[in-house]
Design a protein around this ligand. Structure first.
Ligand code: NAP
Length: 483
């Protein structure tokens, strides 16, 4: 399969926080890859910005080092990398002061697409937006990209939205949720809405339940302070898992346009039932011999922040009445896996009475590792030894299906190109973020009020026993993490 690369229009992209971790690890390497395949045109300019005082050559040297560290080797690299670095510039600004902003404005061209990527802490979003306006850079077609976290509750999300909307209109604001940039996540929409096979079955009549798992084997290294202030619910569920749930559960939009897709996602969030505390299991990884636990990592033996959460969520609409969505995410689990598993109902009647029972089909949408889709189907166990049934996968790995030459795009590559193209489909709209907080806030307030402690769990496990019980009570089982 050959993928076509259509170059985007020339652009000026100002990358605030250009010396930071995210810019060096994801955004700049992503832009380099898009340059390498010819999508970023030679006329593009990427202007790094941060408080650090350095000249453009120092910045280019830093970006070279970042790309060499964070991208796999390609034969064309040295020459292409040199040319890519030619597109880079650097201007030092401080979001909290007026210094440097006029110089930044001087670097911008009036006749090309203009985008500002705020890869900085959210406390700087409002200040940067204001400076852009004050120095005449917030032109009506400029785009502004903001990173997560977008607020820590409904009130702060509303404040952030209000401060951005003072200077930019909604169609100019790109709120990143990098899960939406993953190939498989978009393929979920293609699978559902470009095939006639699945949609007739995509409802409570045929689906027993859905499991959404985002498991990480790493802990909270390097982010201890942020994480302990946030926890798995705010850091993962309110944004990434809710987004995955929306794409799985939404009605077909009438067309594939940003607002039509996002309208349908908002309807799903607004249909989420409140979650009872008995349908939630929160966990915290405990210390192992020779290995610190969560409480040691955050340096607070009293911390009640969860590093794991599992919950049963219900969507109150006709399509999903009675179909639970089980969400689970956590740190220091047995493997790094993100997937959506759709469990279809068992056949209504078995005609094979003396064989092991036939189980309902499973559709597994893998986000990482090895993005792809598997449909688990039941066949006759081959051979003459009697009639037995066996479950086998119909498997599609994107890496294989798209050919050996095709390197899967990182989510950031796609999302940055979408910003330049002006396509907001894979970005969260303001009302969507607020609706997700309106659903999450009472859940968080519930355990803050009762001062419940998370249940301890072993590092390298599947989470606390209580998460398994959440499923067992319903006569169901979690899919094994990494299984
Ligand atoms: P980081 O490593 O701490 O980098 C922050 C950047 O902001 C640095 O370049 C810093 O450079 C600049 N900065 C700080 N204060 C500034 C100011 N007053 N004016 C102008 N620039 C300033 O943070 P990060 O990990 O890259 O994260 C950036 C954003 O992305 C955050 O909102 C984070 O939550 C989000 N995010 C990060 C990741 C990730 O994997 N890292 C993942 C998802 C989301 P100077 O010190 O030179 O000013």
């Amino acid at each position: 399969m050959v993928s076509r690369v259509i170059p985007v229009e020339p652009f000026d992209l100002v990358l605030f926080g250009a010396t930071g971790d995210l810019a060096r690890r994801k955004i700049l390497p992503g832009l380099f890859h898009r340059y390498e395949v010819g999508q970023v045109p030679e006329e593009a300019r990427i202007i790094g910005s941060a408080r650090t005082d350095m000249n453009p050559d120092d910045f280019k040297a830093d970006v070279r080092a970042a790309i060499e560290e964070f991208t796999p080797d390609t034969p064309s690299r040295p020459a292409v990398l040199d040319r890519f670095l030619g597109c880079l510039d650097y201007v030092s600004v401080d979001a909290m002061s007026d210094a440097g902003w006029a110089a930044l404005n001087d670097r911008l061209r009036p006749d090309v697409v203009r985008a500002f990527y705020l890869s900085v802490g959210p406390s700087l979003f409002a200040g940067i937006a204001e400076q852009l306006e004050k120095h005449g850079m917030a032109t009506p077609d400029a785009r502004i990209v903001v990173e997560k976290p977008f607020g820590r509750n409904l009130e702060t999300a509303r404040d952030l939205n209000a401060s951005l909307r003072k200077f930019f209109q909604e169609h100019q604001i790109y709120r990143i949720d990098h899960y939406l940039g993953k190939e498989t996540v978009q393929n979920l929409m293609a699978l559902r809405f470009a095939n006639s096979l699945f949609e007739p079955l995509w409802n409570a009549t045929h689906i027993d339940h859905v499991q959404i798992t985002v498991a990480e084997s790493l802990g909270i290294e390097g982010r201890e302070a942020y994480y302990d202030h946030s926890g798995a619910m705010r850091d993962m569920v309110q944004n990434h898992l809710v987004q995955l749930l929306c794409l799985t559960a939404m009605e077909p939009p009438s067309k594939f346009t940003p607002n039509a897709v996002r309208d349908e996602k908002v309807k799903v969030i607004e249909a989420l039932d409140p979650v009872a505390s008995t349908d939630i299991a929160r966990g915290q990884y405990r210390a192992l011999e020779g290995e610190d636990g969560y409480l040691d990592h955050v340096g607070d033996p009293q911390s009640r922040t969860e590093s794991f959460i599992a919950m049963k969520v219900r969507i109150a609409n006709w399509r999903w009445a009675g179909v639970p969505f089980y969400l689970r995410t956590g740190k220091r689990l047995r493997a790094r896996v993100s997937e959506i598993m759709v469990q279809f109902r068992d056949p209504p009647h078995t005609i094979f009475p003396n064989v092991e029972p036939v189980h309902g089909n499973k559709l597994i949408i893998r986000l990482q590792p090895d993005e792809g889709i598997t449909l688990r189907t039941t066949i006759k166990d081959p051979g003459p030894g009697g009639f037995r049934l066996a479950e086998v996968p119909l498997d599609m790995s994107f890496a294989e299906a798209l050919g050996a030459d095709s390197r899967p795009q990182d989510a950031y590559e796609r999302l940055v190109m979408d910003v330049i193209r002006g396509d907001q489909t894979l970005f969260m709209r303001g009302d969507e973020v607020e609706a997700a907080w309106a659903w999450a806030d009472p859940i968080i307030e519930g355990w803050e009020r009762t001062r419940d402690r998370p249940f301890p769990y072993d590092q390298g496990s599947s989470g606390p026993e209580e998460a398994l019980m959440l499923m067992h009570r319903d006569g169901r089982r979690w899919r094994q993490i990494g299984g």
